[in-house]
Structures are given as structure tokens and as C-alpha cells.
Ligand binder design. Structure first.
Ligand code: AMP
Ligand code: MG
Length: 487
């Protein structure tokens, strides 16, 4: 199989990474391969022997033209600055240019220690690898910007966590792996020139239109804030809790990155936390916009030396930009919520309608995903789905009446509106109990439930009778769902 690498980070950014070498797995075996994604990248994998894929995407065989390296970065973890993180369990094989001209990183995750591993083993266990594959595919299918998963390969080796688990390697595809923490690393250790060099590289790669603006580093801040507002609104809109929004886990491309303890909420609760290590709820569902704002303030700080070097007066502009994040987020969020509720035109009364919805959903512990599909069913004249998810048939009657009144402002046929809602409100998400079932089976050697679930979450919008079970939330009496880091 032929790769054509074009390794710009390796060639242009010496000093920003350390060369790396993948550990050789003892018995690599292909667990999953994303053929549609391979085609999108221009990789011809039709008819390629799964054994060859397993070798290429586990570190066993190095593809020609690869320059494996580990990226340096820093980051605020749970609010505290770690000056030295970096790819401790991942290495960048190289960059590929897809047939449409888009550039992508090809990264192995779980391929052994690097210069940045500190005390870690650089490995990944099968569960977190398959969880990332599944959830990132679900996100992509729902239109949420995300890194992608090209391959999952079991290594044949054991990885020691709380227990020993089968080891695995994930091949992650990203439009880049430049993080807020990458900027922080060079701001903390080197200063304005390195920050400007990284900013210029980022602009060339992701935002070439910014190169000629008055202060390109200030423009970069503006762009990244815009993308992060969009991303946070996407997450909230599908009930996603990232779980570890440290600045090293924020990609400047605006893609969701680092699927660790993430999970989707069933019954709505704004304080929902799944991660076992997030005891204070710093990264709870409803705090994600605030944390995004905080992370953008850290990004601005890291960029300041470069912004200042172009024009000292722009430091105040950067501050104003950060101050404006909440307002910017709210605008994006209301647009997204309007679409979820079938509203087309903005109206002052939407704000109250949308804000009050969340109090209602929480009060009645309504399944977040089902709710928006149930509203569309209501427009089709069928109230059974809504009744089934509410404690009492009329639990939300006053809110429904307000929503109805807002719909009436617009002359749109109810069926047309219902169909538009179903195109933005997923019916099938990776439900926690289904994910756990699938991962437990996979770890025991049976991949079938995982393949089945992958097929379901890749098709989130169109109702299929045979998938009814996948649309159901887990039992209300089940123990609170807990996730663990440690991909
Ligand atoms: P995370 O919170 O999962 O994004 O990881 C934070 C940092 O810890 C990153 O620099 C990772 O590369 C590093 N890390 C996490 N797990 C391991 C591991 N098993 N071996 C080496 N480094 C790790
Ligand atoms: Mg990370």
C-alpha cells in the first residue's frame, strides 16, 4: 500500500518536536479499519491484506516516507499549568494530502514511549481505543468537528492499568495536532519568536487567508475563538461531555480531540460529570462554555508576545476579544438551539424559551436525545413519544405551549419542520450502557456488538425499527455512569 507523505511539521518546525520510534507489537491484529475514511484521504486500501494494514497501523512496519515524531506541548490540567507534557503515548507518522488538497496528520496512539512519556508506558488498552474509534465516528456522523479514527489494531501484548488489558493502537487522523498547549509550551520556554513561528505555521496550514491581515496573530486568536464557540455549541447540542478540557486537549483546528473519559448524557442534568477524576465537576456538561472561555484566555496569553511584537496596541484588542467570548458563544448556541427546536428566524422571545427549556428538562429528568425527536413527532400529530419520556403526559405542557406560540410566527408546514428537526437531532448516539456492553464483548474477543453499534451511530438521524433498542436510555436505577482516563 502506498502512502504519499508531505511532512511539513517535520521539515519546517525543527525544535518543536522530538523524533520518535514505535514499539514493535508482538502479534498485531486488525480490529477495525475505516475504509470510507481511507478513501477520503486518498489511500487505496481496496483488497489490501488485513495483515498488512495491521502491521502498518500498529508500528510494526514503518511506511515509506514516514518521519515519526512526538510533538512538544504544555497545558493547563484542571486549572494547573504543566510546562512539559507532549505526545507521551502517540507519534506522528507524517502528513498526507488528500485528493481535495486537505492536509491531514496520521498519528499512532498507544505505540510506546517517547521523549515525553515521563513515567507512562506510552501504551493504550483495547477499551479506550475502541471507545475513541466509536465516539469519534459518531461525532463525525452528527456533523461535530472531530479527529477521526482510521484503524484499531490489537498488539498481542498486555497493558497494565488497574488490571491487565489487551493492548491496542489507534490510528488517529487530524487536520493537525496543534493544541493551545503547543502555543503555551513555546510561550513558556522560548518567547515571542517561537510563538510567532508556530502561529505562522498554523496560519499557513489552517487559515491562509489571515496571512495578510494587519496583525495575523490577533486574527488567529479571533478565528480559533470562533471555532471553539462552534465546537462547544455542537457538544452541548448533542449532550456530549468531553470530560477533560485541559488546554493540551484543545486543538486550534476546532476539532474535538482526545477522547478519554467523554460520554453522552441520557437524562438531562446540567451538572453531569462522568470522569472519575473530575471530582469537582470542573468539566461538567453545563460548564463547558465557561471552560472554553477560560481556555481561550490561556490561548490569548500564549499568543500575546507575538501579538505585541506586531503592534502593542493590539494587546487591548486581544483582551476585548476574550471578554467577548460569552456573547459570541451565546449567539452560536442560540442558532443551534433554534435549529433543534425547528425555529428558523431569530426572535427575542427565543432566549427565554431556550433558557427555560433546560430547567424543565432537568426538573423532569427528560432523556435529552429523545426529547427533540419527540417534539418533531408532536408536529407529525403523534404525542406518544413525548408522553413516554415525561413523568406525566402534561409535565411540560406550559413550555410546549410557549414553543408552539414561537413556531406559529413562521409559516412553515409542520411536516416540513419536523423533517428539518430530524436532520439535526440525532436519534442514535453512543448510549453509555451500549458502549460498555460493546467494549466488554470486544475485550472478551467478540467484536460483533461493537461493529453493530458502530453501524448504528454512523447513521444517527433516520429511524429504523430494528434499532429501537439503541434509542433507549440506560435504566434510571443504574449506578451513575463513570468513565476513566488512560487511553
Ligand atoms: P491526557 O490527559 O489523556 O490528554 O494526557 C495528558 C498527558 O499525559 C499527555 O502528555 C499524554 O501524552 C500523557 N500520557 C497519558 N497517558 C500516558 C501513557 N500511558 N504513557 C505516556 N504518556 C501518557
Ligand atoms: Mg491529551
Amino acid at each position: 500500500m502506498d502512502f504519499v507523505f508531505d511532512n511539513s511539521f517535520h521539515d519546517e518546525m525543527e525544535g518543536f518536536y522530538a523524533p520518535a520510534e514505535a514499539a514493535k507489537p508482538s502479534a498485531p491484529k486488525l480490529l477495525a479499519f475505516n475504509h470510507p475514511l481511507a478513501a477520503r484521504l486518498g489511500l487505496d486500501t481496496e483488497g489490501v491484506d488485513p495483515e498488512e494494514l495491521a502491521q502498518l497501523f500498529s508500528g510494526q512496519a514503518l511506511p515509506a516516507g514516514a518521519n515519526p515524531l512526538a510533538l512538544a506541548y504544555a497545558g493547563h490540567q484542571f486549572g494547573h499549568f504543566s510546562p512539559q507534557l507532549g505526545d507521551g503515548r502517540a507519534l506522528l507518522l507524517g502528513e498526507m494530502i488528500a485528493p481535495d488538497g486537505m492536509r491531514f496528520d496520521v498519528q499512532l496512539k498507544g505505540s510506546g514511549p517517547t521523549a515525553f512519556s515521563r513515567n507512562g508506558d506510552g501504551k493504550a488498552a483495547i477499551g479506550p481505543v475502541l471507545r475513541e474509534f466509536l465516539v469519534s465516528e459518531a461525532m463525525a456522523a452528527m456533523g461535530v468537528p472531530t479527529t477521526r479514527s482510521l484503524a484499531a489494531v490489537s498488539t498481542g501484548d498486555r497493558v497494565q492499568r488497574e488490571h491487565a488489558h489487551p493492548g491496542a493502537v489507534l490510528t488517529r487522523i487530524a487536520s493537525s495536532h496543534i493544541r493551545v498547549g503547543t502555543f503555551q509550551f513555546f510561550a513558556a520556554h522560548f518567547g515571542a519568536e517561537h510563538v510567532a513561528q508556530l502561529s505562522d505555521y498554523t496560519i499557513k496550514r489552517h487559515f491562509p487567508d489571515l496571512a495578510d491581515t494587519a496583525n495575523r496573530h490577533l486574527s488567529l486568536l479571533d478565528q480559533v475563538i470562533g471555532l471553539q464557540c462552534q465546537l462547544a455549541a455542537h457538544w452541548l447540542g448533542v449532550g456530549f461531555v468531553h470530560g477533560v478540557m485541559n488546554t493540551d486537549n484543545v486543538a486550534v483546528s476546532g476539532e474535538t480531540i482526545d477522547y478519554g473519559p467523554c460520554a453522552f448524557m441520557d437524562r438531562f442534568a446540567v451538572e453531569t460529570v462522568f470522569s472519575s477524576i473530575d471530582a469537582n465537576g470542573r468539566y461538567a456538561y453545563g460548564r463547558q462554555p465557561q471552560i472554553m472561555h477560560w481556555n481561550m484566555a490561556r490561548f490569548a496569553e500564549a499568543l500575546l508576545p507575538a501579538i505585541h511584537a506586531v503592534d502593542p496596541a493590539d494587546v487591548d484588542r486581544a483582551k476585548a476579544m476574550v471578554d467577548n467570548v460569552t456573547e459570541r458563544f451565546r449567539a452560536v448556541w442560540f442558532d443551534r438551539m433554534r435549529a433543534k427546536l425547528g425555529l428558523v428566524q431569530a426572535d427575542d422571545a427565543d432566549v427565554e424559551l431556550i433558557d427555560s427549556l433546560f430547567a424543565e428538562l432537568e426538573r423532569h429528568a427528560v432523556d435529552f436525545t429523545s426529547f427533540f425527536r419527540a417534539l418533531a413527532q408532536l408536529l407529525r400529530g403523534d404525542g406518544t413519544m413525548l408522553e413516554a419520556i415525561l413523568p406525566k403526559a402534561d409535565s411540560m405542557a406550559p413550555w410546549i405551549a410557549d414553543w408552539w406560540a414561537q413556531l406559529k410566527r413562521e409559516a412553515i408546514a409542520p411536516l416540513q419542520r419536523a423533517d428539518a428537526m430530524d436532520r439535526v437531532n440525532p436519534l442514535y448516539i453512543p448510549r453509555n450502557h451500549k458502549v460498555e456492553e460493546a467494549l466488554a464483548s470486544a475485550e472478551a474477543g467478540d467484536m460483533v456488538p461493537w461493529y453493530d453499534l458502530l453501524e448504528v451511530v454512523r447513521n444517527p438521524y433516520v429511524t429504523r425499527a430494528e434499532w429501537a433498542d439503541y434509542a433507549q436510555p440506560g435504566s434510571a436505577d443504574a449506578m451513575p455512569y463513570t468513565t476513566f482516563c488512560g487511553t
